[in-house]
Design a protein around this ligand. Structure first.
Ligand SMILES: O=C(O)[C@H](O)[C@H](O)COP(=O)(O)O
Ligand SMILES: [Mg+2]
Length: 325
């Protein structure tokens, strides 16, 4: 089983035994045999799946993903879906799973729109008379509504426009206490300008992002992600938002509030090192990287390998189909 290096710059221990432990601890394990995959099944009771790049590309399922999810459920494993994609609410994600013929239940689905709404209502406890200016889509609005948080912007036609933005005609809403920025395929200068006004003119207005993924794997290739949507605001403001999605712990806190699981017997499966794998590591989970999404072989092997090193690597989640039913 080929192995390759984890982090670099680790102080090499003096004793041979400790050196050996260090060496093994710094290595990922590339899964390849039925025994490898069966050992994962024995070791982990809870399986947390990232979605884009692991289960699907856009609306195109990754080959074998459904079979593996069915296998896990047949073995009484707890299956959870943990996505940074804020375009859909938990309920509308359930609709996507249904459309794709994948068994999933709303309380198994945790998206960054949900985590952001919980963060606004329960972590920063935005006062009820305050509002959120949304750069984002329906999913974000549905989750904010579900949490009883007032909002403006988002899918409002007045904001989804390519008309020139007129500052002279803009009425600043003094009740906006937060700007929440997520993946928004209707992004435009009006939304950026309004968000900028709130963040520079409303005292104490907080800058939040659902997640910071630079890109995401859509059906036919890569597209700019939520991180690319908030980037112009970061640059204009000269400050970063509080990012709520993976790798931050907020998402795991939302899951812990609803689901009992043992982190030591939980496996996080993802395609992006700096969100999914780091999220797992931050939460004390084991991590499995698949190469069907963002991360490439070159990022985990060779001289420029990332310092974020998953516990396990396999080409695709579909590889686990070899496990006998
Ligand atoms: O915001 C984005 O860039 C994408 O929605 C995000 O990368 C995809 O989320 P995932 O299911 O991979 O966490
Ligand atoms: Mg992904």
């Amino acid at each position: 089983m080929p192995k390759f290096g984890k982090g670099f710059g680790t102080e090499i221990a003096s004793s041979p035994a400790r050196r050996c432990e260090q060496f093994l601890d710094l290595m990922s394990v590339r899964l390849s045999s039925v025994a490898d995959y069966e050992a994962l099944l024995d070791k982990y009771d809870t399986w947390m799946f990232d979605c884009d790049g692991v289960l699907w590309h856009g609306d195109r399922l990754i080959d074998g993903a459904v079979d593996v999810l069915d296998l896990l459920r047949s073995r009484k494993k707890k299956v959870l879906f943990v996505t940074n994609n804020a375009t859909k609410s938990r309920k509308s994600y359930k609709g996507k799973f249904d459309q794709l013929g994948v068994e999933a239940h709303v309380d198994e689905i945790y998206g960054s729109a949900y985590a952001a709404a919980v963060y606004v209502s329960s972590v920063i406890k935005l006062p009820k008379d305050k509002k959120v200016y949304v750069i984002g889509m329906k999913g974000m609005e549905e989750e904010l509504h579900e949490e009883g948080v007032s909002f403006l912007g988002g899918t409002d036609p007045a904001d989804c426009t390519l008309e020139p933005f007129s500052l002279a005609n803009f009425n600043l809403d003094p009740d906006v206490g937060a700007v929440l920025c997520g993946l928004d395929t209707n992004i435009n200068y009006t939304k950026m300008s309004k968000a900028f006004q709130y963040l520079t003119r409303n005292p104490g207005c907080v800058f939040l992002a659902t997640n910071e993924d630079s890109t995401y794997p859509a059906g036919d290739g890569l597209l700019p992600g939520a991180g690319a949507i908030s980037a112009p605001l970061r640059y204009a403001l000269g400050k970063d938002p509080v990012s709520i999605g993976k790798p931050a712990s907020t998402m795991l806190d939302c899951i812990k509030a609803k689901v009992n699981f043992d982190p030591k017997r939980t496996l996080m499966i993802g395609d992006r090192l700096n969100t999914d794998i780091l999220f797992g590591q931050n939460g004390g989970l084991s991590t499995l990287l698949v190469l069907t999404g963002i991360t490439t072989e070159a990022e985990i092997t060779g001289p420029n390998a990332s310092s974020i090193v998953p516990d396990f690597v396999t080409q695709s989640i579909g590889d686990l189909r070899v496990i006998p039913r």
